[in-house]
Write a protein that binds this ligand. Structure first.
Ligand SMILES: Cc1ncc(C[n+]2csc(CCOP(=O)(O)OP(=O)(O)O)c2C)c(N)n1
Ligand code: SF4
Length: 331
């Protein structure tokens, strides 16, 4: 049979494609390992193209591998919790506890304390939540966890709004974005400029051992940062940019593309920091104008059309350029 004689094309050899089992062992991503944990398993109910589901799958599998499969995860209320655990089902294959919307960091601190006093220090704790649960309602508990230097890795999946309850603005929503609570009408359509907060920088101001930003556009970098975070004791924070097709009005197939454009425009800088000092940032290889990123999302549609809002586009571009300078993203 001619088919039996066809040569197998190992076309991925030599690339860093995630899942590539043809690379050397030390170059493979966690997901390429046959013994990956699949901590967040198939069968959950996230939307097609959900960046949060992808980010959580990679982050938690990396945390599992780094700890010899010994973690407890605490999950704030939000999309990740809702789509993964519709009672009585669960897609989690790890010890997992649902806290309230605003207290995941405090519950995680309690779990870490319980493990410590019972002598089970080889089991580590990860807390996770959306940007609403992290930057808004959970912010006080998170700051306390940082300030006490509790032995917890907190992961924020930043989709830039409260998605689970119908796309309300959070303090991570970018300027001009249309949400259910920042309508594209009036003198300043969408979310206003000059609001919000940068939680990775605020985490750094607590001088905790490790802070990093990551993106589902670069899953190997994401895995590296989570792995590094699990090698450290004390309070750690990883902030992951996760596009949300439903809330952003983007095509499900564009999730990775959008995450990459956010990085390449400078709007979402990738960096690491230790004890309050930035220790490294990912350079932008090919700078992209912010319009290329914004145009793909209906939440920014009011900036375009027959009469583009040049003034606001220029202000967003200025924000991106400020990040590029501040975080040293270009040589
Ligand atoms: C005290 C309290 N207020 C409001 C809610 C309703 N609520 C549940 S999830 C959610 C939004 C979650 O948004 P975010 O943390 O950004 O996560 P996402 O769903 O976007 O992943 C809200 C408002 C709640 N559960 N508890
Ligand atoms: S609304 Fe957004 S964050 Fe929530 S499951 Fe859908 S794509 Fe994911």
């Amino acid at each position: 049979m001619p088919n039996e004689l066809q040569e197998v094309k190992f076309y991925q050899t030599g690339t860093f494609t995630v899942g590539n089992r043809l690379l050397d062992e030390n170059e493979r991503a966690v997901q390429a390992n046959m013994r990956r944990t699949n901590s967040l398993n198939s069968g959950h109910r996230a939307c097609q193209g959900c960046g949060e589901a992808l980010g959580a799958r990679y982050a938690i599998d990396a945390a599992m591998r780094a700890t010899d499969n010994r973690i407890v995860a605490v999950n704030a209320t939000g999309c990740l919790e809702v789509f993964s655990t519709p009672y009585p089902e669960s897609s989690w294959q790890i010890p997992w506890i649902h806290s309230l919307f605003g207290n995941a960091a405090a519950v995680a601190s309690g779990v870490a304390a319980a493990l410590r006093v019972t002598g089970r220090t080889s089991t580590r704790v990860v807390a996770q939540g959306g940007d609403g649960g992290t930057t808004d309602i959970g912010f006080g508990c998170l700051s306390g966890m940082f300030e006490r230097n509790d032995d917890v890795l907190y992961i924020c999946y930043d989709n830039e709004a409260y998605m689970n309850t119908g796309v309300q603005r959070s303090s991570a929503t970018p300027p001009t974005a249309r949400t259910a609570t920042t309508m594209a009408v009036g003198k300043e359509p969408g979310n206003v400029f000059g609001t919000g907060k940068n939680v990775p920088l605020i985490a750094m101001a607590h001088f905790i051992p490790y802070v990093a930003t990551a993106s589902v556009a670069n899953l190997r970098d994401l895995e590296f940062k989570v792995t590094k975070a699990m090698s450290i004791h004390g309070a750690r924070y990883v902030h992951i940019h996760v596009p949300c097709p439903l809330g952003w009005g983007s095509a499900p197939a564009d999730t990775i593309k959008l995450a990459r454009l956010a990085v390449e425009t400078g709007l979402f800088p990738l960096f690491e920091a230790e004890h309050g000092e930035i220790t490294g940032s990912t350079k932008i290889r090919r700078k992209v104008p912010v319009e290329d990123y914004l145009r793909l999302q209906k939440r920014f549609a009011h900036l375009f059309g027959s009469n583009p809002d040049e003034a606001r586009l220029a202000r967003i571009q200025a924000n991106a350029d400020r990040n590029i300078a501040k975080f040293g993203l270009m040589d």
